[in-house]
Design a protein around this ligand. Structure first.
Ligand SMILES: [Zn+2]
Length: 271
């Protein structure tokens, strides 16, 4: 029995900062934190993934796809695909259906133009679904979502009361780099964690999950945070830990969704 290991990278670049602060674009230091992702963190991440020959998934907003063609090219050259992560990374909570539809459409267009492949899955830029998100996923023919925190295993996503054919691949804040590595001097109380503490959380999560059949181990990361040497050490040690167990199978989200979807749909039909 192997456990799927899904390494996911949300390459938000400066949009992570400008979407949260409308005046952020005029603040060079503020946005420079985001530039670090595609320019410095990403090449390190790609070298690490190549060293171990493992799969991963990249969720990239459409505007980042358009602004960083060389970074996107390097992801594609390394054999990875680009999934959907909105267009502008705006908090989607208060968007109308038309506004959110525009976010979906523009990003899908940018990804197809840059990569020749339509995205198969979506991660929200706001860690939340609106009442329109799921139907928009369906309209764009996507087969997976990676948003909920409700389980350690896949299931079909519901659109409130209505069941859908979209595979949800849940994750957890405990396996995301922002709560432990993102810092800003503009929000009181934010602290950064020691890499050793994060490694302990991630490897203990892995050790627990491999004992339970049907689970997966997914980490959510951002090149601008995980791409620093001290944090990349956490990722590399986690990869080594998973490989040493002999029970890890590194997969892209799209490949994992394709694999489990027929079984989930069959189980739904049988109900
Ligand atoms: Zn993001």
């Amino acid at each position: 029995m192997t456990t799927p290991v899904l390494l996911t990278f949300d390459m938000d670049a400066e949009l992570l900062w400008t979407a949260r602060d409308p005046e952020g674009a005029g603040k060079p230091v503020w946005v420079s934190q985001g530039h670090y992702g595609p320019n410095v963190g990403l090449p390190r991440i790609l070298r690490l993934l190549k060293k171990y020959g493992i799969a991963a998934s990249f969720f990239v907003p459409g505007q980042v796809v358009e602004r960083y063609p060389a970074a996107i090219e390097s992801i594609l050259d390394a054999g990875f695909v680009i999934e959907h992560h909105s267009h502008t990374h705006t908090w989607s909570d208060n968007l109308s259906r038309d506004q959110e539809a525009e976010e979906f459409g523009l990003a899908a267009e940018a990804i197809v133009k840059a990569t020749g492949r339509a995205p198969k899955g979506w991660r929200s830029p706001a860690a939340e679904l609106t009442p329109h998100s799921v139907s928009l996923l369906e309209e764009h023919g996507m087969i997976f979502s990676s948003n909920l925190f409700d389980a350690d295993s896949v299931h079909l996503l519901d659109d409130r009361e209505r069941g859908t054919d979209i595979v949800e691949i849940p994750f957890a804040w405990a396996l995301v780099d922002t709560p432990v590595f993102m810092y800003t001097n503009r929000v009181a109380g934010r602290v950064m964690s020691a890499p050793s503490a994060v490694l302990e959380t991630w490897t203990r999560e892995f050790d627990g999950l491999v004992e339970e059949e049907g689970t997966h181990f997914m980490i959510g990361m951002h090149p601008q945070f995980i791409g620093r040497s001290s944090r990349l050490w956490v990722l590399e040690q986690t990869i080594k830990h998973a490989l040493a167990s002999g029970r890890a199978e590194f997969l892209s989200c799209a490949d994992y969704a394709e694999r489990v979807r027929p079984g989930l749909l069959a189980a739904k039909d049988a109900r």
